[in-house]
Design a protein around this ligand. Structure first.
Ligand SMILES: Nc1nc2c(c(=O)[nH]1)N(C=O)[C@@H](CNc1ccc(C(=O)N[C@@H](CCC(=O)O)C(=O)O)cc1)CN2
Ligand SMILES: Nc1ncnc2c1ncn2[C@@H]1O[C@H](COP(=O)(O)OP(=O)(O)OP(=O)(O)O)[C@@H](O)[C@H]1O
Length: 188
């Protein structure tokens, strides 16, 4: 099977696993306790405003914002271009973006996060990731890492989104860590 078909098949399996999660509210709170906030203090964190049945990252972002962390959220350009990040604090208004996303208004300054929370459909323990197929995070991490090789890509999802292996192409960006409702792990 070619890579595109293998990825489509893996996406269908991953969506089914994610939709079967029991207690999404408890999981959202679990992210707060597992996030290694002290290690990341002082760095801009690129956050996630969740879509559909993704794990709810809003309680984590509210907690970080109230604790004084600098946060940003992605703005989605047309297909084929990397995301840009604009500053955001809890309570700031958001506008509708592409694919049902919510994003900061254009008057919020653009920043380059050093820590990027990365949404995913599936991940492996070795840092492979499957997204929706837009290639947005692959392009964005490549662009950010070209300027700052120390950028830390932290995949965020339910522990149940782990896959034993995933089909990978040449552009697929690796995760440096994984945050779930059960653990935070650095990829070694
Ligand atoms: N929460 C979140 N924000 C994000 C992303 C993401 O995956 N999750 N993105 C990641 O690139 C970017 C937006 N790009 C996207 C590209 C495609 C689809 C997409 O195909 N969505 C499916 C819905 C899937 C579902 O129901 O879970 C669709 O529209 O069919 C979504 C976002 C930036 N912001
Ligand atoms: N850095 C890049 N430069 C050029 N093309 C890229 C780059 N990254 C990804 N692509 C292309 O984008 C398309 C979608 O990539 P892929 O299927 O890996 O998306 P994904 O990682 O699942 O989605 P996303 O990152 O948006 O969540 C592919 O055709 C891929 O070749």
């Amino acid at each position: 099977m070619d890579l595109k078909s293998e990825k489509s098949r893996a996406r269908i399996q991953a969506k089914a696993r994610r939709a079967g999660v029991d207690n999404p509210r408890a999981a959202a709170v679990g992210l707060i306790g597992n996030f290694p906030a002290q290690e990341f203090r002082g760095q801009v964190i690129g956050g996630i405003w969740p879509l559909s049945s993704e794990i709810d990252t809003r309680p984590l972002m509210k907690t970080l914002s109230e604790a004084g962390f600098s946060l940003a959220l992605p703005c989605t350009p047309r297909a084929g271009k990397p995301l840009t990040f604009r500053t955001w604090q809890t309570g700031d208004r958001l506008k509708a973006g592409a694919y049902g996303t919510r994003e900061p208004y254009a008057d919020a300054p653009i920043v380059e996060p050093a820590i990027v929370l990365v949404p995913l459909l599936a991940f492996t323990q070795s840092g492979a990731r499957l997204g929706y197929g837009g290639g947005y995070y692959d392009r964005t991490l490549a662009a950010l890492r070209a300027c700052n090789p120390a950028v830390f890509a932290c995949g965020v999802g339910y522990a149940a989104q782990e896959a034993a292996s995933l089909p990978l192409g040449p552009h697929d960006a690796r995760l440096d860590g994984i945050l779930t409702e059960q653990y935070f792990k650095r990829v070694i």
